[in-house]
Design a protein around this ligand. Structure first.
Ligand SMILES: [Zn+2]
Length: 466
């Protein structure tokens, strides 16, 4: 009978943790095994805390081997290397006990309790592992809230107290005094524009400061913790009063900003240097614009004027679009493509079945390098092919759905005089948009079905200055 396997499992939950320790600790055990019995499994960069067993293929592989009675012992540095989740750990122990597999914790000599083989005691120990894992994550967040490594406006002393930084104290004090008076969006806007300059911070940071109870010397995230190590700028009562006044204003402010940023199309490019442009705010935050002047004449458009131009172009396209023909053509083409892909798919499935059978009925049995065996590799590549076919069909299907959508949107717009769904139509009809000094150029999709119209539509928007 073939000798059973010894699996050496190691895991590092972040790249900088040292795998060497775990290798060093299981070395004495490896030296006791025959070479062909040893399977080493290194799981890199996987946090057992975040991923389930199903998302950790190497663990799944080990479990399968255990269930096939191919394993004698599993080695891990300590319980938490294998699992952080209680239920997963319990299930694993259960499987091991059922299949007579011993678990060795290589750090046992290091004060860690070895595998007991008793499901009840293992349950308790795994429970600690689980709680410990979750606690580490929670404690870190909590500690950072109460003792942040850095906090704007404060100096952290060696005694872990937070003192107001002399440089920013006057302006922050002023900041908290003024913010108490704000009760309208207008005031809020001018407050932000003032402190954007005074504190040299962007709006989201200013809002974060205004809504952070740390400045009142409290942690209010879960319950109420006074932070005696913090020298506060305001009292807790003032803080709460500010939050009450501010929260509807912050909501309105964010809604307004989102509206300004709204664009029917994806971000446009500069027509001269073809750089992808990013939206920017003007100084008083009343406008979002795209601009470029990289060694060429300046391009400048705000979102409102780009949207107007886009709407005009979409209306133009729709008036020239033969959606009925588009739909008939694409449905026919889809049927044809599907038939072709199905044929290929069936061929591949037959090959796959053959390859699987050859492994299943082979006399070679299990060996350490089974992953590298040619027939196994072949199965993998055939499986990949099968997935590609499914993918291909889905993509074509998506295209058909898009054409149907386009048909519907166009018919609605023309026949029912419905409000144009410009954004959806842009997704379907516009490929690329380029901004020039006095014109905007739109690359149009589905050109074969647009009559008497160029593939590129140029809108001249601004009067020539010269
Ligand atoms: Zn440019």
């Amino acid at each position: 009978m073939k000798q059973k396997l010894h699996i050496f499992f190691r895991r590092v939950s972040s790249a900088n943790q040292d795998l060497a320790t775990q290798i060093e600790f299981d070395r004495p055990y490896r030296e006791l095994c025959n070479k062909e019995q040893i399977v080493e499994v290194n799981e890199d960069d996987t946090s057992a805390n975040k991923l389930s067993v199903a998302q950790r293929p190497k663990i799944t592989e080990i479990i399968n081997l255990i269930k096939e009675d191919k394993v004698e012992k599993v080695y891990a540095y300590e319980r938490t290397r294998l699992f952080r989740d209680y239920y997963e750990a319990q299930e694993f122990c259960h499987t091991c006990i059922e299949h007579n597999v011993e678990i060795i914790y290589t750090s046992s000599s290091n004060g860690h309790m070895g595998f007991t083989g008793d499901i009840f005691i293992e349950g308790l120990l795994n429970l600690f592992g689980d709680i410990e894992g979750k606690n580490i994550a929670r404690r870190t967040v909590e500690a950072r809230r109460k003792y942040p490594p850095k906090k704007y406006g404060y100096v952290k002393t060696k005694q872990k107290t937070y003192q107001k930084a002399a440089k920013t104290e006057p302006s922050l004090t002023q900041f908290f005094e003024e913010i108490q008076q704000i009760d309208s969006l207008e005031l809020f806007n001018s407050f932000l524009s003032k402190y954007r300059k005074v504190l040299a911070k962007p709006d989201d940071t200013l809002i974060r400061i205004a809504t952070d109870p740390f400045y009142a010397g409290y942690d209010l995230h879960e319950g109420e913790y006074q932070l005696p190590h913090v020298d506060p700028f305001i009292t807790k009562e003032t803080f709460l009063q500010i939050q009450g006044q501010l929260s509807p204003l912050i909501k309105a402010y964010i809604a307004n900003i989102q509206k300004l940023q709204e664009l029917y199309i994806d971000y446009p490019k500069c027509g001269y240097c073809l750089k992808s442009l990013r939206p920017r705010f003007n100084s008083d935050r009343t406008e979002v614009y795209f601009s470029c002047s990289k060694g060429h004449t300046k391009v400048y458009y705000d979102t409102v004027s780009i949207n107007e131009a886009t709407k005009e172009v979409i209306e133009k396209i729709i008036a020239h679009l033969n959606v009925d023909r588009l739909l008939v053509d694409s449905s026919n083409r889809m049927k044809e493509i599907k038939r072709m892909i199905k044929k290929e798919q069936e061929k591949t499935e037959v090959l796959l079945k053959k390859a699987e059978d050859s492994i299943l009925f082979s006399k070679e049995g299990y060996d350490q390098n089974w992953c590298e065996r040619q027939d196994y590799q072949e199965i993998l590549s055939l499986q990949k092919d099968c997935l590609l076919f499914v993918d291909e069909i889905n993509k074509k299907q998506q295209l058909l759905i898009e054409n149907k959508q386009l048909h519907q949107l166009t018919v609605e717009a023309i026949e029912k005089q419905a409000e144009l769904n410009v954004r959806a139509l842009c997704d379907l009809l516009i490929n690329d948009v380029r901004l020039y000094e006095q014109s905007i150029e739109f690359d149009v999709n589905k050109c074969d079905y647009i009559f008497n119209l160029d593939n590129e539509i140029t809108l001249h928007l601004k009067e020539s200055v010269s």
